[in-house]
Ligand binder design. Structure first.
Ligand code: 9MR
Length: 369
């Protein structure tokens, strides 16, 4: 063999070894052949048999550089942060504005994402024409029924799930929250709204989304009691949303047990608005504690078979409701202001990855009917 041939054979052999080594490393560290950190959340979540979603802000979707690409890559469900609320859709009675809501629904279709409609019955973000006068129960009921029909009807077949009821439980844990709706419609409110929603789109999943009822507490007991009664009365309700607006106080006591007791009523449960507010500017220790809270929420959902998914309330610190509403707080999301991943992103992804192994093993072990 000539010297040149020997060198060629040695070179090819070495190249083959390096290639094999790479293949092994990539296989060990990836789902579906991509290196750690490069697997989008939506793929990790799909492997774990849940959805992962985010709230979407209309103006950001329109023109913030990089926002659309990140949104499409990482998330399998989207919730309009404001665009489907009453004041956004009908600021003046009878004049309907659909631009931002339509844009999101189109984006979701193009990117194979499920839309969670948000929200139909809420005490906030109502137009003046609705709040600035007295209503009889009959007249207000008619207005609400028409609203539900109009909005759900427009998106029939394109919005899979609706937060029909939002934050109806009183913070004290005693009865319904005081609002235009409960003041005028009283105890009929929830069953009527849910029945109108079922009529408007029989295929949509109907949710009651609740705030600050994530752990076991007086408020979540009241919420549970009401949901249980609706189910017992045969009122159409498919799922319950837990918003999970947290801070470094951590995940509230009994979070997983709370999810389970609602799931045991035969309902789906979802985490619908997860974020973890920090004092700003945050330091590394706070960012690490935040990461751990994101991971804990993911793990709790993954341990509950009826937990259908987790939605974060905004995915970048550039667009988050926290700084405007809680002065001194912020940095609550998975990505920083430049859309780069924070420790929270990596911990959340890791929890989904671990969950995908656990959930697929559990599913494999379940005997088929
Ligand atoms: O994130 C929303 C923010 O942009 C609005 O200004 C605010 C107005 O009330 O509503 C925020 O979203 C809320 C959601 O619709 C329902 N649960 C609480 C959320 C945070 O306030």
């Amino acid at each position: 063999m000539t010297r040149r041939r020997v060198l060629t054979v040695l070179f090819l052999g070495a190249a083959l070894c390096v290639a094999l080594l790479f293949a092994v490393v990539i296989r060990e560290t990836s789902v579906g052949g991509e290196p750690n950190g490069d697997v989008p959340l939506r793929r990790l979540a799909a492997d774990a048999r849940i959805d992962v979603g985010t709230a979407v802000r209309g103006p950001a979707l329109r023109d913030y550089p990089g926002y659309r690409a990140e949104l499409a890559r990482e998330f399998s469900t989207v919730t309009p942060e404001n665009a489907m609320k009453w004041d956004a859709i009908e600021p003046v009675r009878g004049r309907l504005r659909w631009t931002d809501a339509d844009a999101l629904v189109r984006f979701a279709r193009a990117n194979d994402q499920l839309v969670r409609g948000h929200t139909l019955v809420w005490h906030n973000q109502l137009p003046r024409w609705l709040t600035g006068r007295e209503w009889s129960a009959e007249a207000l009921g008619r207005v609400l029924r028409d609203h539900i029909r109009t909005v759900m009807g427009r998106y029939r077949g394109r919005v899979a799930e609706w937060d029909v009821l939002n934050e109806l439980t009183a913070d004290s844990g005693k009865g319904l929250r005081t609002s235009l709706w409960s003041d005028v419609l009283g105890e009929d409110l929830a069953p009527k709204a849910l029945r109108w929603a079922r009529e408007a789109d029989p295929d949509a999943e109907l949710y009651w989304n609740e705030i600050a009822a994530d752990g076991l507490s007086r408020k979540s007991d009241e919420f549970y009691r009401r949901v249980k009664a609706l189910v017992a009365d045969g009122v159409p309700l498919d799922g319950v949303g837990f918003q999970a607006h947290f801070n470094l106080d951590g995940v509230p006591k009994g979070f997983e047990a709370n999810l389970r007791r609602f799931a045991d009523l035969g309902l789906d449960v979802r985490i619908t608005e997860l974020d973890v507010a920090l004092e700003v500017p945050a330091d590394d220790a706070a960012r690490k504690a935040q990461a751990d809270i994101y991971a804990q929420v993911a793990r709790a959902c993954l341990r509950v078979p009826r937990c259908a998914g987790i939605t974060v309330w905004g995915f970048t610190d550039r667009f988050s409701w926290i700084p405007a509403s809680q002065p001194g707080a912020g940095e609550a999301t998975l990505l920083d202001r430049g859309l780069d991943p924070k420790p929270a992103y990596r911990a959340f992804a890791e929890a989904l990855r671990a969950g995908s192994v656990a959930r697929s093993t559990a599913a494999d072990a379940t005997p088929s009917p």
